[in-house]
Design a protein around this ligand. Sequence first.
Ligand code: HSE
Length: 350
Amino acid sequence: MELRIALIGFGNVGQGFVKILARKSPLLAERYGVDLRVVAVSDRSKGSVYDPGGLDPSALLSLIEEEGSVSGYPGGVKGMGSLATIRETDSDVVVEVTPTDLETGEPGLSHIRAALEAGKHVITSNKGPIALAYGELSSLARESGVELRFEGTVLSGTPAISLATEALAGAEVLGVEGVLNGTTNFILTRMEEGVDYEDALREAQRLGYAEADPTADVDGWDAAAKLVILANVVMGADLSLGDVEREGIGGVTREAVARASAYGRRVRLLASAWRSGGAVAARVAPAEIPLSHPLASVSGVTNALTLRTDHLGDVTIVGPGAGGVETGQALLSDLLAVARSLRARSGPPL
Ligand code: HSE
């Protein structure tokens, strides 16, 4: 089966995904019978190129490394904007990986709406549109008969959404608790090692973990957005970002981190959602937790998520929470899930 991909956004995550394709396309074809073919790339600052015959992943990456733009790609149609790329290219799936904006959701929100309206499957790691408009977008996807998947919005490629909705199908998720932001966990870990807050933040930015505007990380907005996504998707809540009680790590000093360490405790930015009466309540805040707590051993950019379930009690998953290739893995697993679903639809009736 061939899946023709229009890639909207070619930053750290888009490039991480294309790196995976450059290395693994033959193996993916052999193992899963899927030809994942990028036919278009469109990025606001790195240019755009469309070739219905498919683009060579390695050539795209070399161009970015050497010229910072895909405009020099040999052949193909150049200069199409993102919406034209979504609507006018011969593609089955739009992979939307533009930067997150938690105030407006844009430009991702318009991209996703346009793709769903055009009858294209959408895969995204962009938290803005899913945190702000999950209800609207999932209805639109249903009406259009297409898939909307967003594994990469929470815990990058470490399964979180599909863990709850697919692997744990049939179980109720009664609550969630996690370390959901890599940048703040990295900063808190570096502070435990004696590094200053500002230096640790710069390091997180250099490593590509922090958001374009890192206040989204340090003030707890990024963790709150992931928590809203989890609560709404896996707990059936209807939360907005404003419903999350939120405190960032700005008030956490190196002294406080050292004091906690001296008492065998760690400071972590915890994100939690729980059922309260008939509703779901949610909070993001720094907390001192004992080393015996399952989330205390999560260091650096690593994230962790505990799902409190009716049938299994607590289920905790630990893994990378940010990074280009790590989030590329989420896009890849979503693409393979779309391929499975399309096969199931076209198979013989049960
Ligand atoms: N800035 C985010 C983080 C990236 O640090 O976790 C992944 O969503």
